[in-house]
Design a protein around this ligand. Structure first.
Ligand SMILES: Cc1ncc(COP(=O)(O)O)c(C=O)c1O
Length: 421
């Protein structure tokens, strides 16, 4: 059993918590922390380096764009793959006033890591664990009657009212009270005085769209519906103190700022705006590995599963111990690149589960154990070497996906190392 698994077992009897052994009653659901490889488990040289100074820098850039709105970084999916506990602790010390996550499990992980700032759980699925929500002092996002009943019950047990944020669906058709149901929801809410709606939110579908495009008109429509929802709810007796709408793209455009903003991807140094609207952002994650095998194949010989690559000249093939199970997309087979000695080397053949092969024929001086950069920048070892960078956006476009998926795909078996450069 690895060290992180032991940590999780220990968690069952965390001090200050009621016993969370599973029983048949719905109000004692056990919420487990997600598991990930720890640096101490690292044997192979594939790892993600997280630059904490870049994280703080991005928070400052975003706070400037947010003006008077509070900044609540979104740290779902393990802090977009960067390791939510370390990211949250760093951002909290740097002045972040709250955090957003998708899952209750993620909120519990942050509380266990000592994070004291308000944590908003946006995902809406609580699986009956309302006692845990109240006990952990986290703020749930609600939008249906079953949430109200569960929260009110937990609030009565705790002996104090609970705060929740109400989500409105203004166009995502994902979660949230629909515009036509606002008044009936307010009437239902009135039956549960234990639940206080302290925040009102919605989520934008097209915030990345360029100004003047059809998508940007959609954002304006969503914001108008949100304003209408605010007015109608106030008339029905629901007047939350804080309203929040903006994701990274909206914040960087200065749109829909309201009282708080919820930036995710920009905190990690990726601008969601095609125009590169925030060139000041700094990438936070760098993923590196090493060459563990180096061989020369002859013209006509093939590489990897399915023999997808066939050499047309004597070719130096290097193997790196990173594959699709680590987050190196299989869609990069025969088309992606990595950096060796500061220059690009193409991925050749199919990316396999734990390993990938690259063509290093044109990398001068290449050797066994040379560092391979899969994401981020690399400087060569000597003045003869190059200097280049692979951004999450570039990798995403090669793999036919988005930067969000590139970052969150770096899997839990890749240990994260935190740096203060
Ligand atoms: C409800 C909500 N708010 C904010 C965000 C942050 O979005 P982004 O990463 O584009 O800033 C997300 C992420 O998808 C989200 O689901």
């Amino acid at each position: 059993m690895d060290a992180s698994a032991l940590d999780d077992d220990k968690d069952e009897s965390s001090p200050g918590l009621p016993s969370r052994r599973r029983t048949d009653t719905s109000d004692s659901v056990r919420v487990l922390k997600p598991r990930r490889a720890a640096p101490a488990d690292a044997v192979r040289p594939t790892r993600a380096e997280v630059n904490l100074a870049a994280l703080r820098h991005n928070l400052r850039v975003i706070a400037r764009h947010a003006g008077r709105a509070k900044v609540w970084p979104v740290l779902k999916a393990d802090g977009y793959g960067h390791g939510a506990p370390a990211v949250a602790r760093t951002l909290e010390r740097a002045g972040a006033e709250g955090f957003c996550v998708a899952l209750l499990e993620e909120a519990v992980e942050l509380r266990d890591a000592g994070v004291r700032a308000p944590i908003l759980v946006m995902g809406g699925y609580y699986g009956g664990a309302y006692e845990e929500i109240v006990g952990r002092g986290v703020v749930p996002v609600i939008y249906d009657g079953s949430h109200l009943e569960g929260l009110a019950r937990a609030s009565r047990q705790a002996g104090h009212p609970v705060d929740a944020h109400l989500k409105i669906d203004t166009g995502m058709a994902r979660l949230g009270v629909r515009m036509r149901d606002l008044e009936s929801f307010a009437a239902e809410l009135a039956r549960f005085p234990e639940v206080r709606i302290s925040g009102l939110m919605t989520h934008l579908a097209c915030a990345e769209a360029a100004a003047g495009s059809e998508g940007s008109g959609f954002t304006a429509e969503q914001v108008a519906l949100f304003e209408e929802a605010t007015t109608r709810l106030a008339r029905a007796g629901v007047s939350p103190q804080v309203r929040h709408v903006a994701n990274s793209a909206a914040v960087l455009r200065g749109e829909a700022l309201f009282d708080a903003v919820r930036p995710g991807i920009a905190i990690f140094g990726v601008s969601p705006l095609a125009s590169g609207g925030a060139l000041e952002l700094r990438p936070v994650m760098r993923v590196r590995s090493e060459i563990v095998d180096l061989r020369t194949i002859e013209a006509g010989e093939s590489v990897g599963y399915g023999a997808l690559f066939r050499a047309t000249r004597p070719t130096r093939i290097a193997t790196l111990p990173m594959g699709y199970a680590d987050g190196l997309s299989r869609h990069l087979s025969n088309c992606g690149h990595v950096l060796v000695r500061g220059v690009r080397a193409p991925l050749v053949g199919a990316v396999s589960m734990d390993m990938s092969m690259i063509d290093v024929t044109d990398v001068p001086g290449v050797g066994l154990h040379d560092e391979v950069t899969v994401l981020g920048s690399q400087e060569g070892l000597s003045s003869r070497d190059g200097r280049d960078a692979l951004s999450a956006e570039e990798i995403a476009s090669q793999a036919g996906t988005i930067a969000w998926e590139v970052l969150t795909s770096v899997s839990r078996r890749v240990p994260r190392f935190y740096r203060e450069p």
